[in-house]
Design a binder for this molecule. Structure first.
Ligand SMILES: [Zn+2]
Length: 373
């Protein structure tokens, strides 16, 4: 998931998903025009807006603390965390690997909601102590909201559907019982999907009863939970199936590459129509210098096919588009998804020694998962 890079804490890159700006605005607006005016009708509009913005900002910090707690425990358990991306309902910590046993998983999963509960308690006590003083009423209101929102964060994340924290707790318990991570993930994801459906139905019910905004939020949360549960399961199955498979073992050695001096009409005749791949590495001597795809060829007007060479039309090769023969197949697939390429060359010392297509990986994936059922 791409995001805006903010800063690093504990050696972890903190990034912001772009949806956050929309949500930040929506939260500040709904606080400033609904939540705070109804509780503090005597304060003026600008005070409500200040409270709204501070509320949204501290909500962001609360989510960050929640995610950092997960990451801190992960690090202590020996799992590196590369990046935390904050988005609408929370964050995604990018772990470099899955926890090895159910006890570690349980500790990591429960840490986030516990930190939110602690924050809720701290904000609640602070709001109680500031409330009696008339000068601090604005802060008391803000602190009360933060106590409420941290409690909500804890409860939402404890919903027992994978990949939410509650679902991870559920998975860790099943995992400990059955000894099978895959089975446990399947059960926790299934639960997550059905809870998602339940939340969607609840939202639709609220909409029918006239509560449009509340109902709409529930429907969005339900849809999010359902798709996250499906995605989480796929990821675990995929990682399990491709675990330990190296690029070298999967690549085909008879790489079909195009010399850079070829004209586009030659490329179409001798490659696209002959070998039926949609992507080819471009070489100059033995060196690989770029990649050419159908999409790029289609952008060249047909009457220029005899004049333009492959070199003029291709995408110059970048580090991002090359595979290391000793790299993992899982990473190769992720690179393909990131770059949007269906074929990547395997490069050793500047020379292309083979290639992998997305189809190669998916076929292996299908064979392996079918055999493992
Ligand atoms: Zn969490």
């Amino acid at each position: 998931m791409k995001g805006l890079r903010l800063f690093r804490i504990l050696g972890i890159q903190i990034s912001l998903n772009y949806t956050w700006f929309i949500v930040f605005g929506l939260i500040a607006w709904s606080l400033a025009s609904g939540y705070f005016p109804s509780r503090y009708p005597d304060l003026n509009r600008s005070a409500h807006w200040v409270m709204g913005f501070l509320g949204a900002f501290f909500l962001f910090l609360s989510v960050l603390v929640h995610e950092l707690t997960h990451s801190y425990i992960a690090k202590k358990e020996g799992i590196e965390v590369k990046e935390i991306t904050l988005f609408i309902f929370g964050g995604v910590s990018q772990l470099t690997k899955e926890p090895e046993d159910s006890k570690k998983e349980l500790k990591m999963a429960i840490g986030g909601p516990l930190s939110s509960l602690v924050l809720a308690l701290v904000f609640w006590i602070l709001s109680l102590t500031t409330r009696p003083s008339p000068n601090l009423r604005l802060f008391a209101g803000l602190l009360g909201y933060l106590a409420f929102i941290n409690l909500s964060l804890a409860i939402f994340n404890l919903i027992p559907g994978f990949p939410l924290d509650g679902g991870r707790v559920l998975r860790a318990i099943y995992w400990g019982k059955t000894g099978s991570l895959k089975k446990a993930t399947r059960i926790a994801s299934e639960t997550g999907k059905w809870i998602g459906v339940g939340i969607i139905l609840m939202g639709l019910f609220l909409i029918m009863m006239g509560n449009l905004i509340g109902g709409f939020w529930l429907v969005i949360i339900g849809i999010f939970l359902r798709s996250a549960a499906e995605g989480g399961l796929q990821q675990v199955v995929m990682k399990g199936a491709l675990e330990g498979v190296k690029v070298r073992a999967l690549m085909s050695r008879n790489m079909i590459s195009v010399p850079s001096s070829f004209h586009i009409n030659q490329l179409v005749e001798d490659y696209f129509l002959t070998h039926k791949h949609t992507t080819y590495p471009v070489t100059e001597g033995e060196r690989i210098i770029g990649i050419i795809t159908m999409k790029q060829v289609k952008e060249v007007p047909r009457n220029q096919w005899r004049e333009k060479t492959v070199r003029e039309v291709m995408r110059p090769i970048q580090e991002e588009m090359m595979l290391d023969p000793d790299g993992e197949a899982v990473d190769a697939l992720q690179k393909m998804i990131r770059t949007g390429e269906g074929l990547l060359p395997v490069v050793q010392d500047g020379k292309a020694i083979g290639m992998i297509t997305r189809k190669d990986i998916l076929t292996l994936l299908k064979i392996k998962t079918d055999l493992m059922e």
